[in-house]
Design a protein around this ligand. Structure first.
Ligand SMILES: C=C/C=C(\O)C(=O)O
Length: 260
């Protein structure tokens, strides 16, 4: 199967909420580069049919997540407008293929980012900081040596974001390094960690995303959201769970209930 055929398959999988099923085929073996080519091809097809990129995600930037998913370097994925959820709502678990969640920091861009180099000198473009619940379709069908490729080809297992009620203006991007994110399930603390767990800090991870996008002829745009990567593991969730992510000192909370 070539990348065009795989992209068409992949799109059907996403529409059926069964991401990754095209990788059940043992004949399909993609390199990391081919997986990104596929991810961008699928993104192009989604845009052609009118979907909008709301931003990007950075994954496996903390040691915790690298250990959990068995990778040793970051991965990137697309965040879609149609997969943004407001805090306080309900998610239907049956619409996901193995729903899992993470609590993490995100930033909002105040302007277009012409290049990664420009971003290094203009960190104030990261205008707002906040916590989100990242949603995942947590499925792996490949062999261990296909893990990175499979994750990337499946949009880094990203399946949506629950946004907080309000975003906090960010005076200094590095302030996120000393902030703490806390994840609660049904009122019980699952875990808490500081932004300093993200390798290089949030600004460095957004710069590496900008460098990555340049390779594919894309750039970060005004208004887009960037998920800077989870300092905590991901957790599977079940029907009836209420998930809440809190942050000090960016106090606003993102909250969601899981239904069937
Ligand atoms: C592949 C997914 C990893 C993440 O979402 C993360 O590390 O935040």
């Amino acid at each position: 199967m070539n990348v065009d055929q795989l992209a068409a398959e992949q799109l059907k999988d996403f529409d059926r909420q069964r991401p990754g099923s095209s990788f059940a085929n043992p004949e399909v073996f993609l390199s990391v580069e081919q997986s990104y080519a596929l991810q961008f091809q699928v993104a192009g097809l989604r845009e052609q049919r009118g979907e909008q990129v709301a931003g990007y995600k950075i994954g496996c930037i903390s040691r915790t997540m690298q250990n959990q998913l068995g990778l040793d370097s970051p991965v990137f994925g697309h965040v879609w407008q149609s997969e943004l959820h407001a805090s306080g709502g309900t998610l239907h678990a049956t619409r996901f293929d193995g729903l899992a969640i993470e609590g993490e920091f995100a930033v909002r861009l105040a302007d277009d980012v012409p290049s990664a180099q420009w971003l290094r000198r203009n960190a104030e473009v990261l205008a707002a900081g906040f916590v989100v619940i990242e949603l995942h379709n947590y499925v792996f069908r490949g062999l261990p040596d296909r893990r990175a490729a499979e994750l990337i080809a499946n949009n880094a297992i990203h399946a949506g974001v629950v946004l907080p009620v309000e975003e906090t203006p960010l005076e200094n991007a590095e302030a996120l390094s000393s902030a703490t994110v806390r994840v609660l399930r049904n009122g019980e603390l699952l875990g808490e960690a500081a932004g300093s767990e993200l390798e290089g800090g949030p600004l460095a991870s957004v710069v590496s995303l900008a460098e990555h996008l340049e390779k594919y002829g894309r750039r970060l745009r005004r208004g887009q959201v960037v998920l800077t990567g989870s300092p905590l593991p991901l957790w599977r969730v079940a029907v009836g769970d209420v998930i809440e992510v809190q942050c000090d000192p960016f106090g606003k909370t993102a909250r969601v209930r899981v239904d069937d």
